[in-house]
Design a protein around this ligand. Structure first.
Ligand SMILES: Cc1cc2nc3c(=O)[nH]c(=O)nc-3n(C[C@H](O)[C@H](O)[C@H](O)COP(=O)(O)OP(=O)(O)OC[C@H]3O[C@@H](n4cnc5c(N)ncnc54)[C@H](O)[C@@H]3O)c2cc1C
Ligand code: FES
Length: 292
């Protein structure tokens, strides 16, 4: 495996908005940020300041990088309207401006030799996977993408992304597009058929856990891009910590903005993550001693 280096150059750019286009329930924004475009790798993210009438929102909001064009100097993101900050971003239009910090975090790691790879994206979680698939293809890997969402409108890339991969399977919970069922449902068959040893997943925590467990049961390794709520995005505040077990077998509360957002799936302590809450495992380094 070739490790993705953590970039020591993080840049803040006042980015012009080149385009804002609807994409189902989301908006795809193209931002002019050449300093970030030239450094970013698939799986990294950017943090946008919230301005205008909502400028009392002090904290930046994080978004996976959908794709970059180093030639055009642009960075694209896909944004769901989830609250006041994302609403302000989805209302930005071409000609507007937004402060962007990035590239942040550790991205996906590529295999050291050409291999079949499976990518699993839930909702807007598929946004970084097309760029990843294209870079895996350049390295000679075959790419098989499972795209899933609750409904057709919450799928991202079902039409525009087909050319980026060798095979695409679409799933929706309600059957409004593709087959009916969860995005992880076709994974066992795909693993068996392709003999893939690598699964890349981005989406809700439950999906990431399921992808990890299915991959492990088939002798494959999952890399998961987590989306833990973040405040600073740059490793200072500890808001984003998750229990991660290192190669030494010790679990530590690790910052997903700095050590992640991409982790080896089996390193994540899924046993203490549920319903959007994360507990500190009793065996975690530095966990408070429990007195009987
Ligand atoms: C590494 C990373 C990558 C992300 N990539 C994308 C992306 O590509 N596209 C996208 O639309 N969103 C993405 N998000 C989520 C996005 O950052 C949040 O939706 C956003 O911060 C919410 O801000 P708000 O002011 O609109 O809403 P708030 O009022 O702050 O929150 C609205 C709702 O969203 C929930 N929420 C807040 N933060 C997060 C979070 N980090 N993850 C999930 N739910 C959250 C809150 O619990 C609340 O229910 C990503 C988050 C992280 C950490
Ligand atoms: S968000 Fe502040 S340390 Fe990760």
């Amino acid at each position: 495996m070739t490790a993705t280096p953590v970039r020591d150059r993080v840049t803040r750019v006042d980015a012009a908005v080149r385009a804002s286009e609807p994409a189902g329930d989301y908006r795809r924004l193209t931002l002019v940020a050449p300093e970030i475009a030239v450094l970013a790798t698939p799986g990294q993210f950017v943090a946008l300041a919230i301005d205008g009438a909502d400028s009392a929102l002090l904290l930046r909001r994080s978004f996976s990088i959908h794709r970059v064009s180093a030639d055009a100097g642009t960075v694209e993101i896909v944004v769901a309207d989830a609250g006041p900050g994302t609403r302000w971003i989805t209302r930005l239009r071409a000609g507007g401006e937004v402060s962007v910090v990035g590239p942040l975090g550790r991205g996906f790691t590529s295999p050291s030799a050409p291999r079949p790879c499976i990518l699993v994206g839930g909702g807007y979680g598929s946004a970084p996977l097309f760029w990843l698939a294209e870079s895996l293809r350049v390295q000679g890997c075959s790419t098989h993408l499972i795209l899933g969402a609750a409904t057709e409108r919450r799928l991202f890339g079902a039409r525009s992304g087909a050319d980026s991969v060798d095979e695409m399977v679409v799933m929706t919970d309600d059957g409004s597009a593709g087959a009916t069922g969860l995005v992880t449902q076709p994974l066992p068959e795909l693993l068996t058929r392709t003999h893939a040893e690598l699964v890349y997943a981005c989406g809700p925590m439950g999906m990431l856990r399921a992808a990890t467990e299915i991959a492990e049961a088939h002798g494959a390794q999952a890399q998961v891009a987590v989306e833990e709520a973040m405040a600073c995005g740059v490793g200072v505040c500890m808001t984003c910590v998750l229990p991660i077990t290192g190669d030494d077998g010790i679990t530590r509360m690790s910052r997903s903005c700095l050590d992640g957002p991409v982790f080896t799936g089996t390193a994540v302590r899924w046993d203490v993550i549920a319903d959007g809450r994360v507990a500190v495992p009793a065996d975690c380094l530095g966990a408070p001693a429990v007195t009987p």
